[in-house]
Design a protein around this ligand. Structure first.
Ligand code: NAG
Length: 188
């Protein structure tokens, strides 16, 4: 029996497609139960937040884009004060201090409480101020996927979430602000 050559090409194409789909499904920045840290490159801010849940844990993918006006990100810091912005099973309500916006996120899984402890990395965006801030609705259902893209020209300033012990998950809202250039009055 012969096997026409074009079938090999067909098989290769199907294989490549499946490999891509598989890779696409895996392309988070960490595995369940593992630490997550993602800090934007200098000059970038977080513009999209994705995560998925497996019944016990949530894994994350955050995407960065250049800050408005190609401004520099300066004076960066992990959340000042406490090491994490929430306690295991506790409520989270955090905003970057001053005029800073979120340019990185990190978290560690706590097996006993089946929760994550989160940190944010905050920077000033040179010559820019966050304003017209608002809280989104919940951007995920309990145990559901999340994929939120900030409206263009906006930045992430903080996060709210609460934990549900029965479902072992959190529902998140984001604090989002327009990020505009400071109007300097040079007339004087
Ligand atoms: C995670 O984000 C990157 C871009 O930053 C994207 O290429 C990738 O597809 C995302 N992963 C998922 C699971 O959507």
């Amino acid at each position: 029996m012969t096997f026409p050559a074009q079938y090999y090409h067909y098989c290769l194409a199907v294989f490549a497609l499946l490999a891509c789909l598989h890779y696409g499904g895996q392309a988070y920045q960490h595995d369940f139960y593992q630490d997550h840290t993602h800090v934007c490159l200098p000059g970038q801010i977080i513009t999209e937040v994705q995560s998925t849940f497996n019944g016990r844990d949530r894994k994350w993918n955050v995407t960065c884009s250049p800050a408005p006006g190609s401004a520099r990100t300066i004076d960066c810091q992990w959340n000042a004060g406490p090491l994490f912005i929430n306690e295991a099973d506790g409520e989270m309500l955090y905003q970057c201090p001053g005029q800073k916006v979120v340019t990185g996120m990190a978290s560690v899984h706590k097996g006993v409480q089946s929760d994550r402890l989160y940190k944010t990395y905050c920077c000033d965006v040179e010559g820019h101020v966050p304003h017209e801030c608002f809280y989104t609705r919940y951007i995920n259902a309990m145990q559901g996927d999340m994929d939120y893209t900030l409206p263009s020209g906006n930045s992430l300033r903080g996060l709210y979430s609460y934990h549900n012990n029965k479902r072992e998950d959190r529902q998140f809202q984001l604090n989002v602000c327009r990020l505009d250039a400071l109007e300097l009055d040079t007339s004087g």
